[in-house]
Design a protein around this ligand. Structure first.
Ligand SMILES: [Zn+2]
Length: 57
């Protein structure tokens, strides 16, 4: 059994760091300002209220 992995990402607008859960330990994180129609991603809201999307590749 595998524990969920987390990774820190920086907000593209204010650089505030937030931990996100990643599906795999070796997943590549890709920060986007907008949502795409497909792909595995999570929505992040930083403590300053900025919303962005993190994609896993
Ligand atoms: Zn922010």
């Amino acid at each position: 059994m595998q524990l969920p992995a987390t990774r820190e990402v920086a907000c593209p607008r204010c650089d505030e760091r937030t931990s996100v859960r990643v599906p795999r330990e070796d997943a590549e994180l890709n920060v986007r300002h907008s949502v795409a129609a497909f792909g595995e991603y999570t929505t992040v809201t930083c403590s300053n209220g900025h919303r962005y999307w993190v994609y896993f590749c």
